[in-house]
Design a protein around this ligand. Structure first.
Ligand SMILES: [Zn+2]
Length: 417
């Protein structure tokens, strides 16, 4: 740990333990923002803490987003720091009881409840954290490091900058968002009022990681309409949409182009849901690829399979709809190499070599980048997200906070140059 990280560690941990105890689980299928009222419990606390720290323009808006800004040197661009307050609907966050396992010895960590264990044999990242203080839940809930680690690191970093006015740093704009786990995209983020030229989401994992590429993502729905009749008098009449849907799914590739058989830069088509009956059955699929041209090929494949089905059973109707979800932010960020270079420099000042990884998924930064705010994703020090084995390293969270303090200074140096 650098002296700066060591100085920040206690504050980051203190904030983190306070935030994870507040249940902010978001919910699918709700159109209001935030999707759950309880996310506002943390939003109000953070608004008060940002005010206490002395940030300007602190506000909690009608969507549940919390904003604040810290003025800096005028020659530097304003830098946005973004994290999400909600936790995944997959695992409960009611009554999170964080456990700090000090000075990890490299063995199996047993959580107090439900026989949940963190076995380093199964968790290669944990193996690297011998000597660290590891925070977990108690086995009954997730921890919420995704993304309260990011929230705590940003808050600790701006508190540090505010308390050390002699440090020259870029103007900082903070935004804590809601519903990243269910909606994503930070669509309600008011970019104009936010006023950042570049931004970073703090929503990654392993120490030193910088992520500038996401998938391209579309949702495809295949709607198959058959002809339903009473089965007793169906001969020569019934066209069963459920059977046709089964044929469609059976025709999908298995050894390739599937999430269960691909990794790294390999894309996929993935049926997520089949619903309906003899009259009408729908198949929902998600399509993913880092490469936009390959992405189009995958969608074309689905259209071809649907056309084959239609040809074999002309009495049915087969319709394909495509909805774009997000696009690879790498294309946008690639046009602004300075945003990555600054992050690399900040990571190196931690004594850590930056690691560039690609995201097999999306981040809020993907849509923000395409809306004109280049927003790569940085590490937070958490791991095993969306599970009861979720954990975070205190040392790595402190390093992430220190990285943000360094980043604010790197931008001031560059702006002045
Ligand atoms: Zn997250």
């Amino acid at each position: 740990m650098t002296p700066l990280a060591a100085e920040l560690a206690a504050d980051v941990l203190d904030r983190f333990l306070r935030y994870v105890r507040i249940d902010t689980q978001s919910a699918h299928g709700v159109t209001t923002s935030p999707s759950t009222e309880k996310q506002l419990d943390l939003a109000r606390l953070l608004r008060d803490e940002l005010e206490e720290i002395g940030l300007e323009d602190v506000r909690l808006d009608e969507f549940g987003y919390v904003y604040g800004s810290l003025p800096g040197v005028e020659s530097a661009p304003a830098i946005g720091l973004i994290a999400h307050m909600d936790t995944s609907p997959d695992v409960t966050a009611t009554g999170v009881d964080p456990q700090v396992h000090e000075g990890y010895d490299g063995g199996v960590i047993e959580l107090p409840n439900e026989g949940v264990v963190l076995d380093p044999e199964e968790l290669p990242l944990l193996q690297k954290k011998v000597g660290h203080d590891i925070v977990t839940g108690d086995g009954t809930t997730l921890l919420g490091a995704d993304d309260k680690a990011g929230v705590a690191e940003i808050t600790a970093a701006v508190a540090y900058l505010k308390a050390h006015p002699a440090l020259e740093h870029a103007p900082i704009r903070v935004c804590f968002t809601v519903d990243e786990e269910v909606a994503g995209g930070a669509d309600h983020l008011d970019l104009e009022r936010f006023g950042a030229r570049y931004a970073y989401t703090l929503d990654g994992a392993e120490l030193g990681e910088i992520e500038a590429e996401t998938f391209n993502a579309s949702k495809v729905t295949v709607i198959i309409r058959g002809r339903s009749t009473h089965p007793g008098t169906a001969k020569g009449q019934l066209v069963n949409a459920a059977k046709l849907a089964a044929d469609f799914v059976a025709a999908l590739p298995r050894d390739e182009l599937s999430p269960e058989t691909t990794e790294e830069r390999e894309g996929f088509v993935h049926p997520t849901r089949i619903y309906g009956g003899a009259e009408e059955t729908c198949v929902d699929l998600i399509v993913r690829d880092h490469d936009a041209a390959k992405m189009d090929e995958h969608v074309a494949l689905l259209r071809r399979l649907a056309a084959d089905l239609q040809e074999r059973e002309p009495r049915a109707s087969v319709e394909v709809t495509e909805e774009e979800q997000y696009r690879n932010m790498g294309e946008v960020i690639g046009r602004h190499p300075e945003v990555i270079e600054a992050a690399e420099e900040a990571v190196r000042r931690l004594g850590v070599e930056p690691v560039h990884s690609i995201i097999r998924g999306g981040t809020d930064g993907a849509r923000l980048s395409w809306r004109g705010l280049p927003t790569p994703n940085l590490f937070t020090g958490g791991s095993e997200y969306h599970s009861r084995r979720e954990w975070a390293s205190v040392q790595d969270m402190a390093a992430a906070a220190a990285m943000l303090v360094e980043l604010a200074q790197v931008w001031a140096e560059r702006g002045a140059a």
